[in-house]
Every structure is written in C-alpha cells, then in structure tokens.
Design a protein around this ligand. Sequence first.
Ligand SMILES: O=C(O)[C@@H](CO)OP(=O)(O)O
Ligand SMILES: [Mg+2]
Length: 425
Amino acid sequence: MKIKNIMAREVLDSRGNPTVEAEITLEDGSTARGISPSGASTGEKEAVELRDGDQSRYQGKGVEKAVAGINQEVKRTVIGSAFADQVAFDQVLIDLDGTPNKARLGANAILAASIAFARVNAVSKKIPLYRQLIERDTYVMPVPCMNVINGGRHADNNLDFQEFMIAPHNAPSFKESIRMGEEVFHSLRGLLKSKGYYTGVGDEGGFAPNLKSNEEAMEVILEAIQKAGYKPGADISICLDPATSEMWQDGKYLFYKSDQRQLSTEELITLWDKWIKQYPIVLLEDGLGENDWKGWKQMTAALGNKVELVGDDIFCTNPAIIAEGIREGIGNSVLIKLNQIGTITETLEAVKLAQANNYNCFISHRSGETEDTTIADLVVATNAGHIKTGSGCRSERISKFNQLLRIEEELGAKASFAGIKTFKI
Ligand SMILES: O=C(O)[C@@H](CO)OP(=O)(O)O
Ligand SMILES: [Mg+2]
C-alpha cells in the first residue's frame, strides 16, 4: 500500500517538554500516529534526540527542526512509495539520516515515523498492533513491574536509587496482577501518610517521599505489600533500577542524595548481594554503571544466578553493544526502550538477539512519556513477559496498563500470564 501522506507536529510529553508526533496516511485512507517518549537518565550511547537549541522556545528544547525533517525530507522520499515491510521503511529512514546515532534527523523524529508506519499498517490490515509487530498463535501477558517509589533523577527531593518496583506475579492473569499492584499502591499511600510522609508522586507516578534511606524505601514497600494482604516474595516481589550510571564518578559510586557516602564497585556488589539475601528482589537493573564493564562482569559472575541482571544504560537497546555484552558475559537481561535505538526494526532485532542467546528482555517506557501505548503491544508481541511502565497513577503510564487489559481480553484463551517464571532467578 502506497503512502499518501506523512506529516509531523510538535506535541508535549508528560514532563511538559516538546516531543515529536508523526502521522501517516495510506492510499486506502488508513491513518495512524506515533509519538516519541524522552528519557532523563539517558545512556551515553543512546540514539540522540534532535532539539532546536533555540532559547526563545522551550529553553532550547523545542523539536521544530525534527518536525521539519519529517515534513520535508522524509515526506519527499516516502510519499507515493509502497514499502514491503517495516524493515524496508525503517531502512529508508536510517539511510536518509546517515549518522550512526540518528543525530541528523533525530531519533525522536525517526521513531515517531517508525511507530506511525507500524500502526497504519495494522489499521489497514484491520489487525491489532501486537500482531502487526509479530504474528503468533499464542501470546504471553506480562508481569507489570510497577515503580511505586521514585528517586534519583526522577524526583528532586529524596533517594539515590531511582526506581523501587513491585512485581505482582502470583496471579492468574494480567488483570488480576494489576489489581494486586494497585491495591499495594493504595496501601503504600496510606502507610506513607500515617508515617507523616508526603504522598505526591514523581515522574513515573510512584510516590516520592522524603525517606531517610534506600533501606527505608524497601521496608515501607514490604510493609505495604503485607498490609494489602499479600506475601512478599510468594505473591509480590521487588524489582530495582538504582540507575547507578548517574552515581558513577571517578571510578566510585557517589550517593549524592539520601546518604552521603561513596562505594567502590566491589562494595556496591556486596551491597546488592546483601539486599538480595535480605529482601525478595527478583530483578536488578543497572546495578552498576554503563562505563563499569569490568564491574558488570564481576557482578554477573557473583549474582547472575540469583537475580535477573538487566542492562539499560550499558546496552542502550543497541544490537551491536548487546552482542558484545553477550560475548563478555555481561548481565542476563536487556532493557528494551524504543527510542534508545530509534526504530521498530532495530528494537525487534535487539529483542531477537537477546532471546536467541537466552537473555531476557524487559520492555520499558521512558520517564518522559505520552499517551502512545506502543510498548504495551510490543511486550505482548515479543512474549517478553515483563514490562515497566510506571506506577498506579498518571495517565501516560496507566494508558499502557489499560491497553494490556484490552489485549488480554481480546486474546482470551490465546493469552497466558507470565508469572514468576518470567524472571531469571
Ligand atoms: O532509567 C530508566 O530505566 C528509565 C525509565 O524508567 O528512565 P529514563 O527514561 O529517565 O532513562
Ligand atoms: Mg534504567
């Protein structure tokens, strides 16, 4: 089917920053949109966003240049053409950009167009997006890893570690697991309030209380799980993303917010080992920083058979870096973020590579999100079994949960719930 029109516009993300929305219309009249998310704790090797740098609009964060790239160059190239598949379309965008990190047209522009193309084909074929991405007979519904306490770069006031997540895995379905997660979220609100803490939320919809230590965050979450009537570990486990690249300075990990101390790589691995023994942790993302490859090898040797070790900043959803990580024995799971690499095709390539090498894939949102729910379909399409897309409130996060509820209902007997076995433990 030929592309009749493609256009882009500047819209806003959940932090009130501009981002790119692309819209494609096919000759059969089908129309669909895609919107790029945006990160705060970004990996150094991520594909880059194109921002205007013109201080008169949004303090330089405007995306009019990225929008213009779609409205002019990309439009001239793709209009009136038919593309055999997603790979063919994305390759045109990659070639047109011509840089290794999508800096010229911008990964924010390229991803929005790539998503719009996937969606418009689903619309044209009258099939759901997850089936457009990967056609299967049966699909796996993910465990929602809900970020209930926000710290690090996602909250100004409190903890060093960025994300404290609950994983309600002892459930028969996604619908029941999200209910369990929400019950704990509300129980946590009550508990924080009763302890005199502030219950406002951070960027990803988790609470951002002024807790005194990272340990206190763990304790209060465990208490909230119990108060909601569940057993920590048996019903609901903990996942962490301390985002330690943000703490890495001169070869040490600097605790810059709640605790005033610094740890060596070895000391931080020892801390994780202690935490894994002490708390029901099933997943640790970015337990060490992106430039600490040697440390990652040590950590994988020490903890790789006890907990899922997810690489976010270290892999940047980049198939070439993931391949190197697999060769080097780094981690046992890959965080998957569409805008770290910039196209649907390369994202699916990253997933395929990881899964073929017995690595898990943990599908993820960004801290700056929108109403675009592509990652909900992506986690189902890839049978990745777990997703992180924030917490129990804020619609840009809930929209993904709601889409998963719709997908589960639509799949009926063709869907099974991932449960605890999805984690590499
Ligand atoms: O570190 C992360 O995993 C993400 C998403 O939770 O944060 P950001 O989008 O800010 O990189
Ligand atoms: Mg991360």
